[in-house]
Design a protein around this ligand. Structure first.
Ligand code: FAD
Length: 711
């Protein structure tokens, strides 16, 4: 499902939260010591962690709630914005419908150890995404640490046994059932809150991104709000659904300083122009890149190898980390939505977008002043599938009775929505066109207030790629391996949907290398803000990136055997791993058996890095090998899982020698099959019964000897 760009897209990443946690604790001390450093979300802050900035933001959220007269706070642990969206939606509903002033808050920005001072008639909400192998999102690491500590330290500790006895809370977790640790963060937060004496209002909510996160979220609210009203003594029946109150204010400027307008820059300008810029997830670096095509398989897929130059910046990486690429939306979708909203002629108009209640949500959803064009191109996810709630908010603006009725049906009928919107993978513009039928689309939704568009459409999120280079071999040149995404949704096979980022990269490649494969793709404006990304004379080709740590790491001791399973682009991190081990070997260091299982369709078409492997495995020498499966070369499709099955005895021996297993690529089928195969080895060769075999694999995972980097 494509409901917004989800936190859960990232579920496949491995142990990242743990790394962030480790890094933070190692470098910045314990959470109480780290108040100043982790509180400040301004990535340009170069203040040393030990020296708090003079105007450091207040971290005591209870104090802030009291100052602002709020009784509810919706904390979110969010990686890509979905949990944040949900928290904002809940805060808005709470304030508007139930008359209880609420605010959404990034859990990273506040010190949750003040929870024990919350007045009894206040409520704290936790909207928590699960990440990687059951870990909290980066911004929730301090909170997680506080809560799961054996002896959690709250501000007063008046009640050592049940420090949170007076606290009322609500919890909703975002997870994905494909993964083993489904919703473990929401569950763990709930468990610890209860152990600490806090009282939950309503049932714990859980959303499954693999099925229908948005529907789960809506269904959960049906019972949560009545329980909430009961707990707070609010008359549910008097809840008003009165006129819409805007979250953002939008003002078109006629008088402005062009130099201050943002044309798609992801981060705001550094406040202190002289301070050294620190690039990170909030301030991506426009990195110079070079691209080359790894294959064009004669079908609709292209695969690109992208070399990203991070030299001269604070960015660095470790083999196995991820690189995040910030995409641009294509012009077809920019024009489609602009036209529907009657903004085609105003794309370059300059607007300021800011929160009506800056204390209740982010002050600016993106850097402003900016233009409608930059908002559509760079800031909001106009290619994502809109939620039912978003569609509902647009019903009143539909131009005709017919279109109103259709839009209402889509917004209120789950099955209709699934068929025509989510399974059909229609974005907002396409849904609006669909409801209009033959009616002229141009300007037909011009009455929609623009702030509603900003509120209903999530922010455009970066896409992650497993780094396919070795940091030891090329520390400042990060490689990514990306295959273009293009498909025809099952529900509407006549339509083609193009992956946002991979087609953006493909457009860059085809422009720079003047490639024409005879097919037509949606066009992109590749120049970037103020021409920062690409120049026609080729003097620079940049993309905005940042590096993300992962725990997907080779064993410290090179002598330990490693088994890697990576079909398709799942081979990306293993290119880095194999190159790194070959380098160690060249340096005369001992390197254990290195086994790579790779699979693709055809040995002659989509065999990634086919020209590199022979030399690398020659260097690695005896005991190391690459085992391939080409699914379309035999009558019966052969996948990596089958090849792995054939090597049971060897795999078991390597595991007995302390070998590590790495799996990368498809989370849904392949990673599960691979795990079953290894479980079956423990039964066949290790003489274990099924239960013990499962325990064995679990232990491998816990000890870091079974790692996954799946998506
Ligand atoms: P988007 O516009 O984001 O579209 C993707 C969406 O399309 C998905 O949500 C999916 O649900 C949906 N979709 C796909 N096919 C269909 C279909 N047939 N029917 C309906 N919906 C469909 N990719 C690589 O190529 N190489 C890597 O090394 C790599 N590493 C990754 C590592 C991590 C940790 C993660 C989280 C992802 C990784 N990915 C990798 C995937 C990558 O991040 C992007 O998701 C991918 O490139 C597609 O991005 P896009 O913007 O082109 O597609």
């Amino acid at each position: 499902p494509l409901i917004a760009r989800l936190d859960l897209l990232l579920l496949g990443t491995v142990g990242l939260g743990a790394v962030a946690w480790y890094a933070r604790n190692k470098f910045f001390g314990s959470p109480s010591e780290s108040d100043t450093s982790s509180a400040n979300s301004d990535s340009n802050n170069t203040t040393s962690p030990s020296k708090p900035a003079p105007n450091k933001p207040e971290r005591n959220f209870v104090k802030i709630m009291q100052q602002q007269g709020r009784r509810c706070i919706m904390f979110y642990g969010s990686q890509t914005g979905t949990a944040e969206d949900y928290a904002s939606r809940l805060a808005k509903e709470c304030t508007q419908k139930y008359g209880i002033s609420a605010m959404a808050a990034d859990v990273e920005l506040y010190d949750l150890s003040y929870m024990d001072t919350l007045p009894e008639d206040y409520v704290v909400f936790f909207i928590m995404a699960t990440y990687g192998e059951g870990e909290p999102t980066d911004n929730a690491v301090d909170f997680w640490d506080l809560l799961t500590n054996e002896t959690p330290q709250f501000s007063t500790m008046n009640n050592e046994e049940k420090p949170l006895e007076k606290v009322h809370y609500v919890v909703f977790g975002l997870g994905n059932k494909t993964y083993e640790h489904y919703n473990s963060v929401g569950r763990t937060v709930d468990k610890h809150m209860q152990q600490l004496g806090a009282q939950r209002i309503g049932e714990r909510g859980e959303g499954d991104d693999d099925a229908s996160l948005e529907e789960d979220f809506l269904a959960w609210q049906e019972t949560m709000w009545p329980a909430f009203c009961k707990a707070l003594g609010v008359d549910e029946n008097s809840a008003s659904s009165g006129p819409r109150q805007a979250t953002f204010g939008v003002e078109e400027l006629t008088d402005f300083d062009e130099a201050l307008v943002y044309h798609g820059e992801i981060a705001e300008r550094a406040k202190n122009a002289r301070s050294k810029i620190v690039y990170d997830a909030k301030r991506p670096y426009n990195a110079p890149i070079t691209t080359r095509e790894l294959f064009q398989d004669g079908g609709d897929r292209h695969c690109l190898h992208v070399d990203i130059d991070i030299s001269g910046t604070n960015l660095n990486y470790l083999t196995g980390d991820h690189i995040a690429v910030w995409p641009t939306n294509n012009e077809v979708e920019v024009d489609r939505l602009a036209s529907l909203l009657g903004l085609s002629k105003k794309l370059e108009s300059v607007v300021v977008v800011k929160a009506v209640d800056p204390a209740a949500s982010k002050q600016h959803p993106f850097p402003t002043p900016t233009t409608y064009q930059a908002i559509f191109r760079h800031y909001i996810d106009i290619c994502g599938v809109p939620s039912r709630q978003a569609l509902m908010s647009l019903v009143e603006y539909a131009p005709t009775e017919d279109s109103k009725a259709i839009l209402l049906k889509l917004a209120s009928d789950k099955d209709e929505y699934r068929l025509a919107v989510s399974d059909a993978v229609r974005n907002l513009g396409e849904v609006l066109e669909y409801v209009l039928g033959d009616t002229d689309a141009n300007g037909s939704f011009a009455s929609v207030p623009f702030d509603l568009v900003v509120e209903s459409v999530s922010r455009l999120q970066p896409r992650y790629y497993s780094i396919s280079s070795s940091a030891k071999e090329s520390p400042s040149l990060v490689a990514a391996t990306a295959v273009t995404l293009e498909y025809n949704p099952v529900a509407t096979p006549e339509r083609t949907v193009y992956g946002v980022n991979t087609n953006y990269l493909w457009q860059i490649h085809s422009k720079v290398h003047q490639v024409d494969d005879g097919r037509s793709y949606p066009l992109y404006n590749l120049d970037g803000p103020r021409g920062a990304l690409l120049t026609t004379d080729g003097s620079h080709v940049n993309i905005p990136v940042h590096v993300r740590r992962s725990t997907f790491k080779l064993p410290r001791n090179g002598n330990v055997p490693v088994i890697m399973v990576g079909p398709g682009t799942g081979v990306a991190p293993f290119r880095g791993f194999v190159r790194e081990r070959a380098l160690l070997k060249k340096e005369g260091k001992p390197v254990g058996p290195t086994i790579l299982f790779f699979g693709c369709r055809h040995s002659q078409k989509d065999f990634l890095y086919a020209d590199e492997w022979p030399e690398l495995f020659d260097t690695l020498g005896e005991g190391s090998q690459m085992i391939t499966a080409f699914s379309r070369e035999t009558d019966q499709k052969v996948y990596v899982q089958h090849r792995l099955q054939e090597q049971g005895q060897l795999m078991w021996e390597l595991l007995q020698q302390g070998g590590y297993i790495y799996v990368c690529g498809d989370a849904k089928l392949m990673a599960k099959d691979v795990q079953h195969t290894f479980t079956s080895f423990a039964q066949t060769y290790g003489g274990k019964n099924e239960e013990d075999a499962n325990v064995f694999i679990k232990q491998l995972r816990t000890s870091g000897r079974y790692q996954e980097d799946v998506w």
